[in-house]
Design a protein around this ligand. Structure first.
Ligand code: GDP
Length: 395
């Protein structure tokens, strides 16, 4: 069996175990390293070769993308990761990095429960960092922080440990100030801020594929000084092997981002104004695969063979081929032609996608991004508010 088929089978097994699922987005100001980081995760999950990960330039032409059989930009990807002896299904929604795609970023946030915010260590928090944080918090999505390009502080800027720590603390402080400013109406502000001690901050180099976090340093026994030494001496391969970025980030995702069982009861009242006492509300809060089908469409893609594909989060029930589903704002029902999950740029058909997962569905010809698709007529989800971008002064 091919490696890809094996991964699909593994994903299918995990789709029915919501406590082992993490739906996440990676969001960043343009050029802070989101694509390079995503590449690392895919390589770590065995989906692309470790040698090509991080060489983001290799993706710049279609030919290369085809050769590698994967398109990462703005793609939805499912991967598996073993954390503390338990396999997890990580559904990653990539968000477009460019300012023009603000709307898409917001939509992606509706589908996920955690957002990894990437910030360039040299540039620090930038306008789009603020925008993506705002989008995440508005949707009840938990943020975590990855400070990228730390190699530049060491090798290029030649900063010593103290200077570096000061700079990193400032990035964390700035991000937390932004978060506090956005959550001051919530009573649990500290649940949303990030911290090194809690393990919700990671840092490293997506380009050279190494990363660290408090838990990873405890696990590998490596300290900051040793990392600086290795980076300074150009021993990046050793750094990568001893503390691979993908493990650090995926461990952080599994440990700190909520699973759908934890997230949905919190998120549903925030994004859905229907009757909180109804059976449907209970189905969604409980992530019930036996409940009525509820899919929130976050993206419509075009597949040259299958036509339009509606991708989105299944909040309740199980989507299967042949179902007739209502599409909000339209009359009548659409018939599901196929259901699948995303593996890189490609869709893999599966028999069914239960609640708590991201599904790629064909046949929903009336659906648009933002549609609520369901087996019973229902109050649609809140429309997704687009947050306008602050003026970007530097790209
Ligand atoms: P995106 O716009 O956020 O997706 O950023 P990219 O992943 O495309 O990265 C933007 C540029 O920064 C590219 O030239 C990358 O090679 C470079 N880059 C990304 N991560 C790192 C890193 O950790 N260290 C250094 N030095 N450069 C990086």
């Amino acid at each position: 069996m091919g490696r890809r088929k094996k991964i699909v089978q593994e994903c299918e097994k995990l789709m029915d175990k919501p406590d082992q699922i993490r739906n996440i987005a990676i969001a960043a100001h343009v050029d802070h390293g989101k694509t390079t980081l995503t590449d690392n995760l895919l390589a770590g999950a065995g989906m692309i070769s470790q040698d090509t990960a991080g060489q983001q330039l290799a993706m710049d032409t279609e030919e290369d993308e085809q050769e590698r059989g994967i398109t990462i930009d703005a793609a939805n990807v499912s991967m598996t990761h073993e954390y503390e002896g338990t396999n997890h299904l990580v559904n990653l929604i990539d968000t477009p990095g460019h300012v023009d795609f603000g709307g898409d970023v917001t939509r992606a946030m509706r589908a996920v429960d955690g957002a990894l915010v990437v910030v360039d260590a040299v540039e620090g928090a930038m306008p789009q960092t603020e925008t993506v944080l705002r989008q995440a918090l508005r949707e009840g999505v938990k943020p975590a922080l990855f400070i990228n390009k730390v190699d530049r502080l060491i090798s290029e800027l030649q900063e010593g440990p103290e200077e570096m720590q000061e700079r990193l603390q400032k990035v964390i402080g700035d991000v937390n100030d932004l978060i506090r400013g956005m959550t001051d109406d919530m009573d649990d502000v500290d649940d949303w801020t990030v911290s090194i001690q809690d393990g919700t901050v990671g840092m490293g180099s997506a380009l050279y594929k190494w990363g660290i976090s408090m838990p990873s340093m405890q696990r590998t026994g490596m300290d900051f000084g040793e990392i600086i030494d290795l980076e300074q001496n150009d021993e990046r391969q050793e750094l990568h092997e001893r503390t691979p970025l993908s493990d650090v980030v995926l461990d952080m995702v599994c440990e700190h981002f909520p699973d759908p069982l934890d997230a949905q009861p919190r998120r549903i009242p925030r994004v859905w104004r229907g009757d909180a006492e109804s059976d449907l509300a209970i189905d969604m809060r409980e992530v019930d695969p036996e409940g009525e089908v509820v899919l929130m469409v976050t993206d419509i893609g075009i597949d040259p063979h299958a036509g339009e594909i509606a991708a989105g989060r299944v909040f309740s029930g199980t989507i299967e081929k042949g179902q007739n589903l209502y599409v909000s704002g339209t009359a009548g029902t659409n018939r599901v032609q196929s259901v699948g999950i995303y593996m890189g740029g490609e869709r893999e058909e599966v028999d069914r996608v239960p609640a708590g997962n991201i599904a790629a569905v064909t046949g929903l010809k009336d659906a648009i991004a933002g549609s609520t698709v369901s087996s019973v007529e229902m109050t649609p989800f809140e429309s997704i508010e687009h947050i306008s971008e602050p003026v970007i002064t530097k790209s």
